[in-house]
Design a protein around this ligand. Structure first.
Ligand code: FAD
Length: 340
């Protein structure tokens, strides 16, 4: 077994959270992980450290204290303005070897995944990707990461007893975001580090930001599955009336009925809306992880034995292609009457 660059014997009892930023603004997923980190650190009596890299991001460091960090390690450099895995992995590795945290957490975003994979190799440690929950044993300092495996039928609990840091990535929306507390006190530590242009093998030519939709923020999520036969216009109309957004299971995405960014579930987006509708969806675990934390789940399925009904608060056994248009009409009539 190859030893990690530092081990259990010289680790610091601290949880580090990589604070991913875009254009100087820390991403929501990092704040979600910071909140979870705060809870775990409090339970174990450990410290919580945020690691922030960027160019003009110093104001964000103080904000991270308000969101729960005891300490923020800040690395400021023009070459860190935008993410490149070369520069970021180089600086984060230096920080890790100085701080030697027991636990390192990172958002499972495209950049976070890129960074975490590179770091795991450099530090000779393991990486638990796309975790759906985290626990920290205060007795032995072991992080247990929950991931779904083997087609979704199995929840695997992963531990890294010998290698440090214990590294996990967590997808957006898995943990709720905590409240900002401006009275919290913490320390911002400006790092010294080495970084030169010659270390970076990629060059940012142009950034193109797409319109995009953030399903993690919508209060109402109307999801359609194979059972709605590609009738997403119908769901769009319903979602619009409910001030919500449309999501989908994987089959309609694969069949090209709807954009991939709207896929909900294990390999899509994990959401926590107030209300989630599941229309013509069987209830495969891969999908359910994406909506199981909604306050209310309503399912419409023509099969009374569909597994989705095991996870729902309201079960409607009906043809979604008939039921949803009738519901739209009823809402429209109700609103028209209310406006008269
Ligand atoms: C590694 C891996 C990752 C995956 N990740 C994801 C993921 O992130 N998200 C995801 O969704 N899936 C994912 N999947 C696929 C997942 O396992 C299921 O295959 C998928 O969720 C099923 O989609 P569905 O419910 O739309 O289709 P089906 O399972 O085919 O279900 C269709 C349902 O529609 C009902 N129905 C049919 N007609 C009507 C009607 N007129 N009115 C009402 N109900 C009707 C049927 O009774 C049935 O229950 C993944 C699979 C793997 C192996």
């Amino acid at each position: 077994m190859v030893a990690s660059l530092y081990g259990v014997e010289d680790e610091q009892k601290a949880i580090w959270v990589f604070l991913e930023q875009m254009e100087g603004e820390v991403e929501r997923v990092s704040l979600e992980i910071l909140s979870k980190g705060r809870q775990l650190a409090d339970e174990a009596g450990w410290s919580l450290v945020g690691l922030l890299l960027g160019h003009q991001v110093s104001d964000q460091a103080e904000r991270m204290v308000a969101y729960g960090a005891d300490e923020v390690w800040l690395a400021v450099h023009p070459l860190l303005e935008y993410f490149t895995v070369d520069a970021y992995a180089h600086v984060v590795e230096q920080a890790m070897l100085k701080g030697r945290p027991s636990v390192f957490l990172c958002g499972a975003t495209p950049n976070g995944r890129d960074l975490a994979g590179r770091l795991a190799v450099r530090l000779r440690t393991g990486l638990n990707a796309d975790c759906t929950d985290l626990r920290l044993n205060p007795e032995n300092g072991m992080l247990t990461s929950e991931v779904t495996g083997f087609g979704g039928g199995v929840l695997a609990l992963l531990e890294s007893p010998h290698h440090r840091p214990q590294m996990s990535t967590v997808r957006p929306g898995v943990f709720p975001m905590g409240e900002e507390d401006p009275n919290r006190e913490g320390h911002v530590h400006e790092m010294e580090f080495e970084l030169a242009e010659g270390m970076i093998h990629t060059k940012l030519i142009q950034r193109v930001v797409g319109e995009g939709v953030d399903l993690t923020q919508t209060p109402v999520l109307v999801c359609g599955g194979r059972g709605i036969e590609g009738k997403f216009d119908m769901l769009q109309e319903f979602a619009h009336l409910m001030n919500g957004e449309v999501g989908a299971t994987r089959p309609p995405v694969d069949e090209g009925h709807i954009e991939r960014e709207r896929q909900v579930g294990q390999t899509g987006v994990v959401c926590r809306p107030k209300v989630a509708f599941a229309c013509g969806i069987s209830g495969a675990f891969h999908f359910v992880v994406g909506i199981q934390d909604a306050d209310i789940v309503v399912a419409i399925n023509s099969d009374p034995n569909a597994p989705i009904f095991e996870y729902t608060d309201f079960c409607i056994v009906d043809d979604a292609l008939q039921f949803v248009p009738a519901l739209i009409e009823a809402i429209q009539m109700d609103r028209a009457t209310a406006n008269d």
